[in-house]
Design a protein around this ligand. Structure first.
Ligand code: ADP
Ligand code: UDP
Length: 238
C-alpha cells in the first residue's frame, strides 16, 4: 500500500472511511526547509503521544479539531480535511525568524501575542504573507482569516496555561487548519501539536525543550521530548 501523502515528518493513509485518514508519525526530523535531516528513534511515538494528549485537552476546552482517536503508538485517526495553505504562527516571546527579521534578542516578552501567517509552500520556503496577500491569493476569505486569528488566540491561551502548569514557557508555535471534506463550511484545527512545531523553554532553567535542540545541535533531543511528554502526562492526569 502507498500512503496518500508522505511529508517530512508524517505519512497520511486512506482508511475504509472516506471521511477519515490515518496519520502516521515518522522518526524523521528536518529543519531549515528540509536542508538539515536526521532520524531519531522514538520521535514518532513521542510526538504522537504528546499531540494526542494536547488534542484531548483542546477538544475538552471546546476547540474543534480533526482528532478522532489514537490507533497505536505512532498512528492516529483524524477527520480528513482540505488543509488551508496558510500556516498560523503565534509568538509570545521573540525567537527564531522573528529575531532574524527584526534584530531582537531572543526571549523578549511581547505585550500581546504576535500572530503571523506564512504561505505553506516548501518550494518557496514558507514565505511570510499578510491578510492582503491571503485575500488576493485566495488562500482564505477575510471571514475565514478572522476565524483563524480568533482560534489561534484561543489555542494560545489554552496551550500557554497548560504548558505553564507543566513548568514550560510557550514561546511560539505553528498551527494548521483545514476544511472538513464533507462540510467545507467547517474549519477545524489539524496537523500535530508537538515540540516539533512549538518552542518550549523550561520555566526554571530556561533550557530549550523542543526542536531547537536539533536545529542548533544542542544534543539530548529525544530526552527533552521525553521530558515534555512526562510533564504533559502528569498535567493531564491531575
Ligand atoms: P510536510 O507536508 O510539511 O512535510 P508532514 O510530514 O507533517 O508535513 O505531513 C503531514 C501533511 O498532512 C501536512 O501537509 C499536513 O498539512 C497534512 N494534514 C494534517 N492533518 C490533516 C488532515 N486531517 N487531513 C488532511 N491532511 C492533513
Ligand atoms: N514552525 C513550524 N513549521 C514551520 C515554521 C515554523 O512548526 O514550517 C514553528 C517553529 O517550530 C516555531 C514557530 O513555528 O515554534 C515559529 O517559527 P519561526 O518562524 O521562528 O521559524 P524558524 O525560522 O525558527 O524555523
Amino acid at each position: 500500500m502507498e500512503p496518500l501523502y508522505e511529508g517530512k515528518a508524517k505519512r497520511m493513509w486512506a482508511t475504509d472511511d472516506p471521511m477519515t485518514l490515518r496519520m502516521e508519525f515518522k522518526n524523521d526530523a528536518t529543519a531549515f526547509n528540509g536542508e538539515k535531516k536526521a532520524s531519531f528513534e522514538n520521535k514518532g511515538r513521542l510526538n504522537n503521544a504528546i499531540s494526542t494528549l494536547i488534542y484531548g485537552m483542546l477538544e475538552k476546552e471546546g476547540v474543534p479539531t480533526h482528532f478522532v482517536r489514537q490507533i497505536d503508538e505512532t498512528n492516529v485517526e483524524v477527520r480528513r480535511v482540505e488543509i488551508l495553505m496558510v500556516e498560523v504562527i503565534v509568538r509570545n516571546f521573540s525567537a527564531g525568524s522573528f529575531c532574524k527579521r527584526t534584530g531582537f534578542a531572543e526571549g523578549v516578552a511581547f505585550s500581546e501575542p504576535v500572530i503571523e501567517f506564512s504561505y505553506k509552500s516548501d518550494e518557496l520556503g514558507d514565505p511570510l504573507i499578510n491578510d492582503d496577500y491571503i485575500r488576493e491569493m485566495k488562500l482564505a476569505t477575510p471571514e475565514d482569516l478572522a476565524f483563524l486569528r480568533a482560534s489561534a488566540l484561543k489555542v494560545n491561551r489554552l496551550l500557554g496555561g497548560f504548558f505553564e502548569r507543566c513548568g514550560l514557557r510557550l514561546v511560539d508555535f505553528k498551527l494548521e487548519f483545514g476544511r472538513l471534506v464533507f462540510d467545507p463550511s467547517v474549519i477545524v484545527l489539524a496537523d500535530e501539536i508537538s515540540p516539533d512545531g512549538c518552542r518550549l523553554w523550561d520555566l526554571k532553567t530556561g533550557e530549550k525543550m523542543d526542536k531547537d535542540r536539533f536545529r542548533r545541535d544542542l544534543g539530548n533531543v529525544m530526552e527533552a521530548y521525553e521530558e515534555v511528554l512526562k510533564r504533559v502526562k502528569e498535567e493531564v492526569g491531575r
